[in-house]
Design a protein around this ligand. Structure first.
Ligand code: G3I
Length: 305
């Protein structure tokens, strides 16, 4: 294949990007996004604060803009994200207990219902485990409603959109030897054992000096997959530049291709200048939209090179 999406499709996979809706009017941005990618994630527009700014009053126009652009251009959509401790609207930040639990479930139901039939996979729950060596759940208002809030969110999402794959998504679950990875693994194993509806695990894979690409990444992908879920690389970016960065992108792609249930890779933005990292050059295109060494390595690896 001569584009990332076409090359990934040759092995039955997708290659995606995060899209900021307001940038679709930038023709350099839109041209690259349309040409290279087969899966789209809304970078912010389907999050809780965007879709339910006031309790019970839903706002889908920004998310719909992205979903419509994707559909018009023959692309699939990953939904991001239904339940998260962050980017909650202020009304939700101020809630707790059973009222919050019900508000969260209502949110999951309403948003998944609105997008029913348009979403390949939902990040149902995002970033629910704590950083560091404890393997504990992250403390949050949602966690304080009870340990079962995650499975409750998954059940609500399944009921609202039975056709979407349902994913648990997190960062720093890439290194197999880290406690956070093991904690997420144990939760997924428990969900599979008890029949909680979960179909996939999203490894965000934001790699930088503090959490570099780990040599055991393939082991992590294989281990999650062996539980009977798909694994998807959902927010890939790699700090660095030049050949070293290109080599790491190549390794990530090779690891995914080596695991049959690793069925797609999404990078978290189009050009370096689109990255959430205000400094750095973690993506595949430079600020002018030129292909970087990292792009060519990624394409070559997707093509089996
Ligand atoms: O839209 C407002 C704008 O009106 C305002 O003037 C401006 C001033 O700060 O803020 C704008 O909102 C910002 C929004 O991005 C849109 O640009 C928010 O402040 C900013 O916090 C938000 O950042 C996003 C971040 O999630 C928030 O948690 C990033 O774009 C987005 O890339 C990032 O994505 C997350 C994933 O969802 C989950 N995994 C980690 C990843 C990177 O942090």
């Amino acid at each position: 294949g001569s584009t990332l999406g076409d090359a990934a499709a040759e092995s039955g996979r997708y290659f995606g990007t995060a899209i900021a809706g307001y940038k679709l009017s930038d023709s350099v941005y839109e041209t690259i996004a349309n040409r290279e990618f087969s899966m789209i994630t809304a970078e912010n527009e389907m999050k809780i604060d965007a879709t339910e700014p006031q309790q019970g009053q839903f706002s889908f126009s920004a998310g719909d803009q992205i979903a419509d652009w994707a559909a018009q251009n023959g692309k699939q959509v990953r939904g991001h994200t239904l339940a998260w401790h962050s980017q909650q609207p202020s009304w939700m930040q101020n809630m707790e207990g059973s009222a919050l639990r019900q508000a969260m479930l209502d949110h999951v139901t309403q948003v998944a219902t609105h997008y029913r039939g348009q979403i390949y996979a939902w990040d149902v729950v995002n970033e629910a485990f704590a950083d560091g060596g404890t393997g504990a759940r992250r403390d949050s208002n949602l966690q304080r409603t009870g340990d079962d809030w995650i499975e409750a969110a998954f059940r609500a999402a399944r009921a609202a959109d039975p056709g979407a794959k349902l994913c648990y998504n997190d960062y720093n679950i890439d290194n197999w030897s880290w406690a956070k990875t093991q904690a997420a693994y144990d939760m997924v194993a428990d969900f599979k054992a008890r029949g909680v509806p979960i179909d996939c695990v999203g490894l965000q894979s934001h790699f930088n000096s503090g959490s570099p690409y780990p040599a055991n990444y393939r082991t992590t992908l294989e281990s999650f997959a062996a539980l009977g879920v798909d694994v998807q690389i959902t927010e890939l970016d790699i700090e660095g530049s030049g050949q070293q960065q290109a080599d790491t992108y190549r390794q990530v792609v090779e690891d995914c291709l080596a695991v049959s249930r690793c069925n797609g890779i999404t990078v978290w933005g189009v050009r370096d200048s689109d990255s959430w990292r205000s400094s750095g050059t973690p993506l595949l295109f430079d600020g002018n939209g030129n292909k970087k060494e990292a792009y060519y390595a990624t394409l070559d690896a997707l093509n089996g090179g």
